[in-house]
Design a protein around this ligand. Structure first.
Ligand SMILES: Cc1cc2nc3c(=O)[nH]c(=O)nc-3n(C[C@H](O)[C@H](O)[C@H](O)COP(=O)(O)OP(=O)(O)OC[C@H]3O[C@@H](n4cnc5c(N)ncnc54)[C@H](O)[C@@H]3O)c2cc1C
Length: 617
């Protein structure tokens, strides 16, 4: 994923043996009863009812006689994710009177940037269903910054929003949970009271050999690539997986590797991501390589990033965009009031509004009326509630997924369809668990854990952020949301090309039932937290599993098989997404695949490029 790498998600010390039986009784969530999309629990993200039409289209089904709605728009945008919403925003900025229709196949807007809203005892508790944060404003180009500023977002206010004292007052830290499925027994480790890595690893169930290797790796300031020149090192770290680096250069074995194993932040394991990424992440064994000193500019950034996170993640950006485009949808006009604003989903698609957002609507055909070189209009057909409809438009922006576009826009040139089809997206599962309190966490001294080898590979309490009228949990006795993450990678495919691993993961996502997710959640939390008094039957109030079969966008060079884990790793000649996004007649292409960049800034940039080609032509 092409983000700047500033998160430091690694580890902790004291071991606490975990035991305790499972309790399967489920306490009902106190969700509002009116079906407000952000409050829906169960399986969200790619929810039932959102993807079936697209899959039928992929399998060759066509909808030949759509009903003409009689509507005409200056622009139709396919996809109400951050790219589609920002495309509508940029377009309206250049054409203030434009009439715009935005179609999306989900029952909520925002795409990955979706909001999970829980209610307990009359209190709102928020989390992000997908997109979490503005990782670093420095990566946003001028038009991306202009968009954020126009929406009222000033990332420097994060210091005021973020209340570090909530967990700080209890000295909570990030732990490591080593589960019995990988390590033979369940162990929760924190660094509290441990003065050295030796003491820390002595508490693990790892063999003495593995412990020794890890102590060396974590304590050492060895340059494992000493024999290489700086230029050779850079070449090496970009082309060599971190796993190979650890096993063959840092000299650790498979057992120690299983402790270091990480995959959630990049949606792929250490077998596939480069040592270059590991350097940027500050992962063990890379500190003394000296590559950052050699690279004066580039994606590895050594200064403080300009980070910002809202209580519902970047869903706040999606909500600000929607409220700006369709003002009647929600009260208020500031960042502070949007966080708690209740959106009127009935107002999204109002004929009174110049911009309309039509949900539960899958675009199945977009084509020019006549010769694409001379046509003045396109037709856009979509399926909603099992029926096909057609609208006319002056222009269209495909802000969905590159790989889906050839099925929808069948008149595109074959070479462009091929280039679009190369886009590979990585699947992920972001789960939010509403807990009635976090006393078990306070007793254990943790606010989350990395969980190498467990079903959920990471667990974290939400970041305490207070904006406007929204108040995060402030005491252990209050409810809180716990975030669990899983990158579904089949162990049998380790070492295989990422797209193969992602395809297998996607299949797993679509076939895993909510009951299975629930069982896994209860089991893992019970084993992790019961020493702190956690009881899944009593303490879990609600679960929302956000599955993202088409998650992070990645740039991929089909000739060499190389992936752009970071943007500057592939040259323009190795970037087929540049040709894939070429505007065709009145149809332009946005979405994060179009910039080969998983991050929000990539989605904005793709939108701005697409709008530029349409409005300047
Ligand atoms: C789990 C997760 C966490 C992330 N965390 C971060 C983060 O912390 N920070 C960050 O900057 N970025 C993050 N990202 C990346 C960021 O979310 C994306 O860059 C951005 O949201 C992508 O926007 P998009 O509009 O291109 O795509 P999407 O959000 O996927 O939106 C595209 C929309 O088009 C819809 N669509 C597809 N086909 C059709 C069709 N035929 N008809 C109608 N609609 C269609 C899709 O269903 C979807 O709703 C994360 C991504 C994921 C998956």
């Amino acid at each position: 994923m092409n983000r700047s790498i500033t998160r430091r998600d690694f580890m902790g010390g004291v071991a606490i043996a975990i035991s305790g039986g499972l309790a399967w009784r489920w306490s009902e969530a106190q969700a509002p009863k009116d079906g407000y999309p952000p409050t829906r629990t169960g399986i969200r993200g790619s929810h039932e009812g959102s993807y079936e039409v697209a899959h039928r289209m992929r399998d060759g089904i066509r909808w030949d006689s759509p009903k003409d709605t009689g509507e005409y728009y200056d622009l139709v945008v396919v996809g109400a994710g951050l790219s589609g919403l920002s495309a509508a925003w940029y377009y309206r900025e250049s054409m203030p009177d434009a009439r715009i229709l935005i179609l999306d196949n989900h029952d909520d807007f925002g795409g990955h940037a979706t909001r999970n809203e829980f209610w307990l005892g009359g209190r709102m508790l928020l989390s992000h269903g997908g997109t979490e944060e503005i990782s670093d404003l420095r990566r946003y180009n001028d038009s991306g910054r202009h968009l954020l500023a126009s929406l009222g977002i000033d990332v420097s206010r994060y210091a005021d929003f973020h209340d570090e004292s909530v967990y700080g007052a209890h000295e909570l830290e990030r732990a490591a949970f080593l589960g019995k499925e990988t390590f033979g027994s369940d162990t929760l480790l924190t660094r509290a009271g441990q003065s050295s890595w030796g003491e820390y690893f002595a508490k693990t169930p790892l063999s003495e050999t593995a412990q020794g290797e890890l102590v060396r790796l974590y304590e050492s300031d060895v340059d494992y690539l000493e024999r290489l020149s700086p230029a050779e090192k850079l070449e090496f770290v970009r082309k060599t997986s971190y796993e190979k680096f650890l096993l063959e250069y840092a000299g650790i074995g498979e057992e120690a590797l299983s402790y270091v194993w990480e995959c959630v932040s990049w949606a792929i394991g250490l077998d596939a991501i480069s040592t270059w990424v590991a350097i940027g992440e500050g992962w063990p064994g890379t500190a003394a390589l000296g590559v950052v000193d050699y690279v004066e500019t580039g994606a590895v950034q050594t200064e403080e990033s300009q980070f910002c996170q809202f209580p519902d993640g970047n869903a706040t950006i999606a909500r600000l965009l929607v409220r700006s485009l369709v003002p009647d949808v929600a009260p208020g006009n500031t960042l502070d009031d949007v966080v708690t604003a209740r959106f009127d989903y009935g107002a999204l698609d109002s004929s009174d509004s110049a911009v309309r957002v039509r949900l539960n609507s899958t675009a199945v055909n977009v084509r020019h009326r006549g010769d694409p070189a001379r046509a003045k209009e396109v037709t856009v057909s979509y399926v909603r509630d099992g029926r096909a409809y057609r609208v006319r438009a002056g222009q269209c922006i495909m802000a969905c997924y590159n790989a889906a576009i050839p099925f929808v826009c069948d008149e595109l040139p074959a070479a462009q369809k091929d280039a679009l089809s190369l886009a590979a997206k990585a699947p992920l599962i972001y789960t939010n668990v509403l807990l009635r309190d976090w006393t078990a966490f306070a007793r254990l001294g943790i606010n989350g854990a990395r969980c190498p080898g467990s079903y959920f590979q990471s667990a974290r309490l939400t970041v305490p952020v207070n904006i406007g009228g929204y108040r995060h949990s402030s005491k252990p006795e209050e409810p809180v949301v716990l975030r669990l993450r899983r990158a579904p990678l089949a162990p049998g495919l380790r070492g295989q090309p990422p797209p193969q691993q992602w395809r297998a993961g996607r299949a797993e996502l679509l076939t895993t039932t909510f009951e299975t997710f629930e069982e896994k959640i209860r089991d893992q939390l019970d084993r992790m937290l019961s020493a702190g008094g956690f009881d899944p039957a009593r303490d879990i109030e609600a679960i929302t599993v956000n599955r993202w079969p088409h998650g992070y966008a990645y740039g991929h060079d089909p000739k060499t098989g190389q992936f752009a884990w970071m943007l500057d790793e592939l040259s323009p000649e190795q970037s087929p997404w540049v040709g894939a996004r070429k505007t065709f007649g009145r149809i332009a292409i946005a979405n994060s695949d179009a910039t080969g960049d998983a991050m929000t800034e990539g989605a904005f940039e793709a939108a701005q490029l697409a709008v530029g080609t349409l409005t300047e032509s």
